[in-house]
Design a protein around this ligand. Structure first.
Ligand SMILES: O=C[C@H](O)[C@H](O)[C@H](O)COP(=O)(O)O
Length: 245
């Protein structure tokens, strides 16, 4: 008799996100001040933190949310919250990412929360990034997907053109992010707009690109998180991989 070989379990992208998120929460200790990220992956981590608080495995956690939506989720789950004014140094932040390169540089902000995320995560002693393997890239901006830049609404078309001109050789095209249902500009938690930059070819040196974008008056922040992650947790078909800086 032939014993059937068990077919490999195919996990959905959301299940992989949850695995990475739960792994990250293993690094959370009672008494920590925690940066709570934004997005579908970070949401799993926040659910798990709330569950561990509820059953008493974690105690005295203070969360610093990175968006109004995360704030709402944490409040609904009863996680005690504070802000950067009261807690300027965090023990740990956990958040997802849109792209992760081999040097652990990130693109974030396709969900629109890049500014508060960068403020909170830059203030954290440790920053764990949680992703499923689809987020791994060989270089940032090379996927043909958006690299978001938060800008002030004033004369946004002018700022969009200036951003495109910075990367003319990389065939950069900028698009104002709009709300799908209304076609109105998408407005961030900070009252700003987002320009999504699309590159036809490599944007070049990331630090130079970052500095050039930030030098433009009208730009508030961009979605490249360079040299910020201290740990990346990747969940994929072959398992969960934890890489430390
Ligand atoms: O603005 C959104 C954030 O940067 C998210 O962390 C990022 O977009 C990843 O989101 P998700 O976990 O939903 O893929």
């Amino acid at each position: 008799m032939v014993t059937p070989t068990p077919s490999p379990v195919i996990l959905s992208q959301d299940e992989l996100k949850k695995i990475a998120a739960y792994k990250a929460v293993e690094f959370v200790e009672s008494g920590m001040v925690l940066g709570l990220g934004t997005g579908s992956t970070a949401k799993h981590a926040i659910d798990r933190i709330a569950e561990l608080l509820r059953i008493g495995k974690l105690k005295n956690i203070v969360g610093i949310p990175t968006s109004s939506i995360t704030h709402e989720q944490a409040v609904s789950l009863g996680i005690p919250l504070s802000d950067l004014n009261a807690h300027p140094i965090l023990d740990l932040a956990i958040d997802g990412a849109d792209e992760v390169d081999p040097q652990m540089n990130l693109v974030k902000g396709r969900g629109g929360s890049l500014l508060r995320e960068k403020m909170v995560e830059a203030a954290s002693k440790k920053f764990i990034v949680i992703v499923d393997e689809s987020k791994l890239v060989s270089h940032l901006g090379g996927t043909g997907l958006a690299m978001p830049v938060e800008i002030v609404p004033f004369c946004w078309e002018f700022t969009l053109r200036r951003l495109e001109m910075l990367f003319i050789e990389a065939g950069c095209v900028g698009k104002l992010r709009v709300v799908r249902e209304s076609s109105e500009p998408y407005v961030t938690d900070n009252g700003n707009y987002i320009i999504d930059l699309y590159f036809k070819s490599d944007m070049g040196d990331l630090k130079e690109a970052s500095d050039a974008i930030l030098r433009l008056a009208g730009v508030v922040e961009h979605g490249m998180f360079l040299d910020m992650a201290t740990t990346v947790i990747v969940a994929g078909k072959l398992g969960v991989f934890v890489t430390n800086k």
